[in-house]
Design a protein around this ligand. Structure first.
Ligand code: NBP
Length: 477
């Protein structure tokens, strides 16, 4: 029997992905560096479909029909290169290596280039949805050549999540590293979403005075509206969970130091390189980092500031409604920033990414799946060249309606000393974009003063310098 697809790297993700292919009727060759994983997969789940267990790389490659489709699900970084070095010599022109790990897109570009020279298609593929997604249907973001997608697309469409309208959550994102780039920004947006939800929780707790169980109910209500999303849904689950050992809310017994694996940080690093202001995502990454500085936080607990005082019952309910507005408006801004980064990456690397298609494949399977993404897609469908999501009429109107509450929430947060870097960064971005004039003019003046860096004028073309140390006359450069 020859297998239509092979998966090497059978930790949680690879094993579930292999099972997903098998459950969809494909014959799947399975391989792992440590053979026991391969054996246990076939022992435990062999009844789910057709698996071909391979102990060696040679056996694995031999089990695959041609052109070969070989999915690599190992730890990103060095292990991915090691696996490529192991398999590439065994492959033939036209074969495909699909890297489903969380690779950095620059690594994917390098690998794609190297393998292309050897006639092998390298398909860097973002896969989102965690282990459940891998098994039941992830959102899949493949890069690589068009040709490879023709061969792979139908299989990926079959195993992917389906959006509410039945559309598979996979599209050919673009050449070489486009898929991993989009997956990276997806994760950055996920960080921002989580930070904004965290801030909403903190405000409902400290300013409105609600208990975690009450806040869970508020989130459940929000989840029936425009904020309907996986992250809001699981937030309610986490908040209503009670720790068995202590009887306390679970959220009160967890150490408040957030960890990260790196894709959020990459999103910000690359945004800095591309010159794209993703301030909301950056604040989310920094907030996690700040939370982890235990010694710094311990040393700072005595610093002065207001103590939040809880509102009365009816005021609290009204405040919760405002927080919903603030959360929604901030969310629009963080998606605006994330899509700006994708557009900038697409421009820089000539990927020609369809932003509407990207929002469409995030509607199911992935961590940021949300009703909201339908509206983003509608915005790009209506106007493919939309310069910014904020220029979409619907989003602009929604922000206009939300903004009084958004500002009030930030006033309350500031007065009561509740940190809301995500909400604040989002509002600052919004206000900066709509400002008729920015203090950047003053910055240019300062730069010209100390470094003769020159400036442009509003009323004439060219670049100019003022002789600051002399008679302050202006010279044209
Ligand atoms: P891990 O990231 O924990 O990787 C473990 C796998 O890598 C095992 O199969 C291991 O083989 C293999 N491996 C390593 Br480590 N070094 C190797 C080498 N030098 N040669 C060959 N194989 C090697 O697994 P995971 O959590 O299933 O994630 C797989 C990929 O999917 C990662 O890139 C991850 O970032 C990405 N991802 C994960 C999630 C998630 O929710 N976990 C979601 C989306 C994407 P061994 O058994 O012999 O040690």
């Amino acid at each position: 029997t020859s297998a239509q697809i092979g998966v090497t790297g059978l930790a949680v993700m690879g094993r579930n992905l292999a099972r997903n292919f098998a459950r969809n009727g494909y014959t799947v060759a399975v391989h792992n560096r440590t053979v026991s994983r391969t054996k246990s997969l076939v022992e435990e789940f062999g009844h789910e479909g057709d698996f071909v267990a391979a102990e060696t790389a040679e056996e694995f490659v031999a089990a695959l029909e041609r052109p070969r489709r070989l999915v690599v699900m190992v730890k990103a970084g060095r292990p991915t290169d090691a696996v490529i070095e192991e398999f590439a010599p065994l492959l033939e022109p036209g074969d495909m290596i699909i890297d489903g790990g969380n690779a950095h897109f620059a690594d994917t570009r390098r690998r794609e280039r190297e393998l292309r020279e050897r006639g092998i298609h390298f398909v860097g593929t973002g896969i989102s949805g965690g282990e459940e997604g891998a098994l039941h249907g992830p959102s899949i973001m493949p890069g690589g050549s068009k040709e490879s997608y023709e061969s792979l697309g139908p299989m990926l469409e079959k195993i992917s999540a389906k959006a509410a309208d039945g559309a598979p959550c996979v599209t050919h994102v673009g050449p070489d590293g486009a898929g991993h780039f989009v997956k990276m920004v997806h994760n950055g947006i996920e960080y921002a979403d989580m930070q904004l939800i965290g801030e909403a929780y903190q405000l409902l707790r400290d300013v409105a005075g609600y208990t975690p169980a009450q806040i869970a109910d508020i989130f459940r209500t929000w989840n029936t509206g425009r904020l309907d999303s996986y992250l809001i849904e699981i937030t309610a689950e986490v908040l209503s969970h009670v720790d068995e050992a202590s009887g306390k809310p679970f959220v009160d017994v967890v150490v408040d130091q957030a960890e990260q694996k790196g894709t959020g940080r990459w999103t910000v690093q690359i945004a800095l390189d591309l010159g794209v202001p993703v301030s909301g995502i950056a604040e989310a990454v920094f907030a996690r980092s700040l939370s982890g500085h235990a010694a710094l936080r311990d040393a700072s607990r005595g610093l002065s500031g207001p103590k939040p005082s809880a509102l009365g019952e009816s005021e609290a309910a009204a405040f919760a409604d405002r927080v919903e507005q603030a959360l929604y408006a901030s969310k629009i801004v963080s998606y605006t920033q994330g899509f700006h980064e994708i557009a900038a990456g697409s421009e820089e690397y000539d990927w020609d990414i369809d932003l509407g298609a990207v929002s469409a494949i995030w509607r199911g399977g992935c961590i940021i799946r949300a009703a909201f993404l339908d509206r983003i897609r509608a915005a790009y469908d209506a106007q493919p060249g939309l310069p910014s999501l904020l220029s979409d009429e619907t989003f602009a109107r929604e922000i206009a309606e939300a903004q009084d509450d958004w500002r009030e929430v930030l006033v309350a947060a500031t007065r009561q000393g509740v940190p809301t870097p995500g909400f604040a960064a989002a509002l600052a971005y919004y206000d900066a974009l709509r400002a008729p004039r920015l203090p950047a003019a003053l910055t240019q003046g300062q730069r010209d003063f100390f470094g003769a860096h020159t400036y442009r004028r509003v009323d004439r073309d060219g670049s100019f310098h003022t002789l600051w140390g002399g008679d302050r006359s202006e010279v044209s450069e």
